[in-house]
Design a binder for this molecule. Structure first.
Ligand code: ADP
Length: 312
């Protein structure tokens, strides 16, 4: 199975003709309440690609939290390690989505900030028995690092017993600077333009700058780096080679959760043992389908559609 340590949010999505200016009240088009959070979205993507998924997270003891938990369970995700925090609000994201398909997001982290090291220790066997650990940075960094270390400690012991090590995929979003010590423990680092720029100090806008950023990140200790570039596709760098792969051409409706769909699907492909190039194209197929639909978890496709697009 895949263990996801990450956030759970309720997304409040406003469709609007354009972004409001400071002080302005703007009439929007429509409103949607959608289950989101990078952790939950990536968990749902992984589940819809057919993996058994366990989520390690926190929600508040409120209507949003219970609704988010039900949504995860509806996708057959194991929520036994999701802690319901009393007297605390579930994480909420206010999302503005304009007619050009751009989004702006404000996040109130709520219960996600309550995910601590002891939650990881309580879920230790879930992590150590997983094929792969998937993390983002919408929960405290110290908790994410503790989870990664727990996975890696198994890996050291596993080498002696011949057991397969737990692979670690990190999507450092929202972007945050990371030490070389952290990067060295991550098997696959998946970054978009913003994250790649902040982590590498190279301004990433296109394939050549993505290549330069990936090189810096590898020099800092990351082993495999994947830079996602929206409609421009991805830059992939591992120990032996580096190359670009084009995105699928689709009609854009809403790019929310494109990155999350990519990461969750990529994790499943790697856990299944697909080679890196195939895993990347599988993930891009899933992500491209996600941009053709509105919303976060609502837009994440199932495996059948992803494979049909790959074969067409
Ligand atoms: P994020 O949502 O984190 O900013 P990206 O925008 O880089 O991430 O998108 C992640 C992946 O989703 C891309 O590498 C690509 O495969 C796919 N994708 C995103 N936008 C489009 C698009 N307009 N057309 C096709 N694929 C897309």
């Amino acid at each position: 199975h895949i263990a996801v340590v990450g956030s759970i949010n309720m997304d409040l999505v406003f469709q609007t003709p354009r972004m409001p200016l400071p002080g302005e009240t703007l009439m929007g088009h429509r409103f949607h309440l959608v289950h989101g959070g990078k952790g939950a979205n990536q968990a749902v993507a992984a589940a819809r690609m057919g993996a058994a998924v366990s989520m390690i997270a926190c929600v508040g003891d409120d209507a949003n939290g219970h609704s988010c938990l039900q949504a995860l369970q509806a996708d057959a995700i194991d929520t036994a390690r999701v802690r319901v925090v009393p007297d605390c609000a579930t994480g909420v994201a206010g999302i503005l989505l304009d007619d050009a398909g751009q989004n702006s997001i404000v996040l109130a982290t709520g219960a996600n900030a309550s995910l601590v090291e002891s939650d990881i220790d309580a879920a230790r066997s879930t992590i150590t028995q997983a094929k792969l650990l998937l993390c983002q940075l919408e929960t405290p960094l110290s908790t994410v690092l503790h989870a990664i270390q727990s996975a890696k400690q198994v890996s050291v012991a596993a080498q002696e017993t011949g057991q397969e090590p737990v692979k670690v995929v990190l999507n450092p979003a929202p972007a945050q600077k990371l030490d070389a010590q952290v990067l060295r423990q991550v098997d696959y680092l998946v970054v978009n333009e913003t994250e790649a720029s902040l982590l590498s100090d190279v301004s990433v806008t296109d394939l050549p700058s993505a290549q330069a950023a990936a090189t810096v990140l590898q020099q800092l200790g990351a082993s495999v780096v994947i830079v996602t570039l929206g409609a421009m596709g991805i830059w992939v760098a591992d120990a032996d080679q580096a190359y670009s792969l084009p995105a699928f051409q689709v009609k854009v409706v809403d790019t929310t959760a494109a990155g999350d769909t990519f990461v969750g699907s990529f994790a499943v492909a790697i856990a299944e043992g697909m080679d890196l190039r195939a895993a990347c194209m599988f993930a891009q197929s899933a992500a491209a389908l996600a941009v053709t639909q509105l919303g976060a978890q609502t837009s994440i496709p199932h495996r059948g559609a992803v494979e049909r697009q790959l074969q067409s």
